[in-house]
Design a protein around this ligand. Structure first.
Ligand SMILES: NC(=O)c1ccc[n+]([C@@H]2O[C@H](COP(=O)([O-])OP(=O)(O)OC[C@H]3O[C@@H](n4cnc5c(N)ncnc54)[C@H](O)[C@@H]3O)[C@@H](O)[C@H]2O)c1
Length: 251
């Protein structure tokens, strides 16, 4: 498929499980991908891997929990490549705990990474999209933002806010042809999920059994959905929260 030829796509958290799959997917479909992560080494590995496979990418290290890094990142991309067609706000962290167990830092850092980054990155990118006549933004929420799992109050609340942010942004900028949608993944096999499984003493097989489809999801499956939402095939999708859970969300 060549849906993203001549397009510049930014993916945050692109050194991680889902973000690296999203980056590879866009590159396979012809995009120039800006692979960005706080872990610069991981971002460079993904970018080099894309280049080895014949795709086009550049790695930029940025800590998107900091407003200044967000504005610098968008400024650098627009300055060097002159366009921003797609922004994928994928980076996220998961600090486990109920209200009394969480530290102040857990709460504030979760919101800084999972939500405030989107505020800053979208504020910086949207003027360029308006100037270009449109664009697409795909945010990563979570099924837990819509149907909370226990003992993850900071994560779940931040993801519920991502869902609300997505709908508000879509409503405000649809007239400028900026389509904003969110994916709400269920259990997806990534380093974040592996860490959670280890902490809880469960196994991947235990999680597989919780999913009516019979297994947890793959990062590539989320990447396919993100690419669809960012593509012209989803031209009338704006303000949608799309669950991708193997029916766990309706179990
Ligand atoms: N894995 C799942 O089951 C699952 C389910 C629902 C939603 N999600 C969401 O999907 C997204 C990707 O998760 P994943 O499972 O691939 O996790 P991951 O831990 O594999 O990847 C997350 C990436 O984000 C990066 N990151 C963290 N803080 C950052 C910061 N301050 N600035 C820039 N980058 C930063 C990390 O370095 C990492 O590379 C997250 O938003 C997560 O909440 C994951």
């Amino acid at each position: 498929m060549t849906r993203f030829v001549n397009k510049v796509v930014i993916v945050t958290g692109a050194g991680g499980g889902i973000g690296s799959a999203i980056s590879r997917r866009f590159a396979e479909e012809g995009a120039f991908v800006v692979v960005t992560d706080v872990n610069g080494e991981a971002a460079s590995e993904v970018s080099s891997d894309i280049a080895r496979s014949g795709g086009s990418a550049a790695a930029i290290a940025a800590d998107i929990s900091k407003g200044a890094d967000c504005h610098d990142l968008i400024g650098q991309v627009h300055g060097r490549w002159r366009r921003i067609d797609v922004l994928v706000n994928n980076a996220g962290i998961n600090r486990r705990g109920n209200l009394l167990a969480l530290s102040d830092d857990d709460w504030h850092t979760t919101f800084a990474v999972n939500l405030h980054s989107m505020f800053h990155l979208c504020r910086a990118a949207i003027p360029h999209m308006i100037e270009a006549g449109g664009g697409a933004i795909v945010n990563t929420a979570s099924q837990w933002g819509l149907h909370p799992a226990p003992n993850h109050i900071a994560y779940n609340t931040s993801k519920a806010a991502v869902a609300a942010f997505t709908q508000n942004l879509a409503r405000d900028y649809a007239p400028q042809k900026i389509r904003v949608n969110a994916v709400c993944p269920g259990e997806i096999h990534t380093p974040m999920l592996e860490a959670g499984v280890k902490r809880s003493g469960r196994t991947i097989a235990d999680l597989d059994r919780l999913v009516p489809f019979g297994r947890i999801g793959k990062p590539e499956e989320v990447a396919a959905l993100v690419a669809f939402l960012a593509s012209d095939e989803a031209a009338f999708m704006c303000g949608s929260l799309v669950e991708i859970t193997g029916a766990q969300a309706v179990a």
